[in-house]
Structure formats: C-alpha cells, structure tokens
Ligand binder design. Structure first.
Ligand code: HEM
Length: 263
C-alpha cells in the first residue's frame, strides 16, 4: 500500500537508474580528447568493449562482457589488453557520475556510442549486465586473437564465440578506426587516413599499416569475397557490422528479473 509520495519517490528513483540517455550524453562529452592519439577516445573505447566481450567461449558459456572482469589484474594484464587502461580511465568519471550503472554496461555502451558518434551505424544495445566481484571470475588469458596469426587462428577464435565468416569480416572492419601503438601491441600507426571516422574506406595506395590478421582477410578466398562486397556496399557493411557487434556484446549475458529492458 504505497502512498502517493512513495510512488513518486519510486518513479524518480527508477527514472534516475534507467536514464541511459544521460549516460550516453556523458560518453559523447569525453570523446573529443585533444592531445590523446588522433584527438578522440572513440577507438580505444570500441576496443575496450570488444576485448571485454571477445573472451566468450560458447562451449563453456564463460567469458564475455558480463562481469566486467577486466577490472581485475589477471585479465587487465593479459598482453592483448595492453593500453585498455586508458579506456577504463576515461570512463571512470562517468561511473562516478552514474554509480548505478554497472561497469559491464558502461564499457559496452561506450563502444556503441563511440561507433555512432564516429559516423558508424547504430548498434543495438541492451542494459542489464552485472559486475562480477572476484578475480577468480576472470576468463583465462589468451582467448583474444593474436595479430601475428592468420585465417586459421582467426576462425578458431571467432568460431569459439559463435560467429560466421561473414560476421568475422564485418567485425574486423572496425579496423577502419583507431591505430596501433608500439608500446601496446608492438605495431604502429593507423589503418586509414581518417582514424576517427567509421567507414568502409580502403587503403588503396598501400601506404598504411595492416596487421597479418588483417591481411588474412584478403588472402583467404572466402573472406576476400566478403571484403569485396563491403568495399562496394557501405550499407551492407554498416548493417552487418551493427548486428555482429550487437551480438558480440550480448555473448554470455544473462539478466536477472530486474532487467530494465524487459520492464
Ligand atoms: C586495435 C588486433 C579484431 C577493434 C588493434 C590493435 C591490434 C589489434 C594489434 C592495436 C592495439 C594497439 O597497439 O593499441 C586485432 C586482431 C583482431 C582484431 C588480431 C582479430 C583477429 C578487432 C575487432 C574489433 C577491433 C573485432 C571491433 C569490433 C579495434 C580498434 C582498435 C584496434 C577500434 C584501435 C584501438 C585504438 O586506437 O586505441 N587490434 N583486432 N579489433 N582494434 Fe583490433
């Protein structure tokens, strides 16, 4: 038997805790970052969302973005995650401003907002992830792909998450944004001349960097066929990227009865 005041209090409380648009706005505000890389935190935020989720193993239903276990030293120190401390630090003030959002939701939402703001597609995103509390909840290191390897390794890693060849090519199209850093991965430089713009641009004059893993997409005939489709059809790339990235961020996510998306 709630009184009117109680109901108002509840609604206000509920509204504040579900105001993801306010969180989105705050994320947009930290994207321009003069003095950091190419002036935007967008690419490293996308990489954080991807690495948080890309540990998923469908055979054991472990890993994935739920839990935000990269907060713990064990996962943060996986060499594949070098440099992602920048992304986590950029988001910390937002976590302070909206303490009710889980890190797992914040990191994935930041990736989605960054893609959209850099001119990419709208990626479907649902809240409801929870943060795990123990270092022992971390997936083992070594589940993320190694840039020095090629098609067989890429398929092993992405098939383990449950992706198809077409989804793999779409997802790796994210290397249209951002850059490699010598002190993080050992590689250096951007993939395109517009690393803060999400596009299906090709490096036509061959002057820019490509990882062995990127090269695999044009060496492997099946991957190459899909690369050619996306190079000619930006709409197909954007659509497929949006659904594959949305799927990535849902891997292994279970929601409890308070799932706001279901209310
Ligand atoms: C950057 C490898 C797939 C998004 C990088 C870097 C490496 C790498 C070595 C450079 C890191 C640094 O030095 O800072 C790989 C490999 C992949 C893969 C081997 C798969 C075989 C993906 C996917 C996405 C993604 C699926 C997202 C959907 C990014 C972004 C950056 C990046 C946005 C730029 C980060 C920045 O500018 O700080 N990747 N990646 N990558 N990757 Fe990937």
């Amino acid at each position: 038997n709630l009184g009117v005041q109680d109901k108002c209090d509840f609604l206000e409380y509920y509204w504040e805790r579900t105001n993801y648009n306010a969180v989105r706005d705050s994320i947009k505000q930290i994207l321009p970052q003069p003095g950091y890389d190419d002036g935007s935190t967008g690419p490293v935020l996308v990489r954080l969302a991807w690495h948080a989720a890309g540990t998923y193993d469908m055979h054991t239903n472990t890993g994935g973005s739920n839990g935000a276990t990269m907060r713990f030293a064990m996962e943060a120190s996986d060499p594949a995650n070098a440099g992602l401390e920048y992304a986590r630090k950029f988001l910390e003030p937002i976590k302070h401003k909206f303490p009710w959002i889980s890190y797992a939701d914040l990191w994935t939402l930041a990736g989605v907002v960054a893609i959209e703001e850099m001119g990419g597609p709208v990626v479907p995103w649902k809240p409801g992830r929870t943060d795990k509390t123990q270092e022992s909840d971390c997936p083992p290191n070594g589940r993320l792909p190694d840039a020095a390897h090629t098609q067989q390794h890429i398929r092993d890693v992405f098939y383990r998450m449950g992706f198809t060849d077409r989804e793999i090519v779409a997802l790796m199209g994210a290397h249209t944004i951002g850059r490699c850093h010598k002190d993080r991965s050992g590689y250096d430089g951007p993939w395109t001349y517009t690393p803060t713009r999400f596009s299906n641009q090709l490096d036509e004059d061959d002057e820019l960097m490509m990882l062995p893993a990127d090269m695999a997409l044009i060496i492997d005939p099946k991957f190459r066929e899909i690369v050619n489709i996306y190079a000619q059809d930006k709409k197909a790339f954007f659509n497929d990227f949006a659904s594959a990235f949305g799927k990535l961020l849902e891997l292994g996510v279970t929601r409890n009865g308070n799932d706001v998306a279901k209310l």
